[in-house]
Write a new protein. Structure first.
Length: 107
């Protein structure tokens, strides 16, 4: 396996991990919108851009790592839709897991 193939899997995994994170962002925006309506504020006041970009970075890294691990699993085989959906799911779940460990919520 050449270097460009490995880089391709890294990028594929990273991009698909970020796509998984996009799904989380859509859900998060819906929750923030509802919260803003309840508090009589605008969505812009409750939206944290830094947190969003940090979560995309985490998802890219998690997805890239999954892409590398996927190389081992599918050496020489064709990339299937199942593999692509798996990487999207890993980006979603992996980022959720990591953020859950890092972010403390005040109750």
């Amino acid at each position: 396996m050449d270097v460009w193939t490995v880089i391709g899997y890294l990028l594929l995994g990273g991009i698909l991990g970020a796509v998984g994170q996009c799904l989380r962002v859509v859900v998060g925006l819906k929750k923030r919108h509802d919260e803003a309506l309840q508090k009589g504020k605008s969505l812009k006041e409750l939206f944290d851009k830094t947190k969003m970009w940090t979560s995309f970075l985490i998802a890219f890294i998690v997805g890239a790592a999954a892409g590398v691990l996927g190389i081992i699993n599918i050496m020489g085989q064709e990339i299937t839709p199942q593999f692509i959906l798996t990487l999207i799911g890993i980006g979603y779940v992996g980022t959720d897991f990591i953020e859950g460990l890092l972010i403390k919520k005040a109750y």
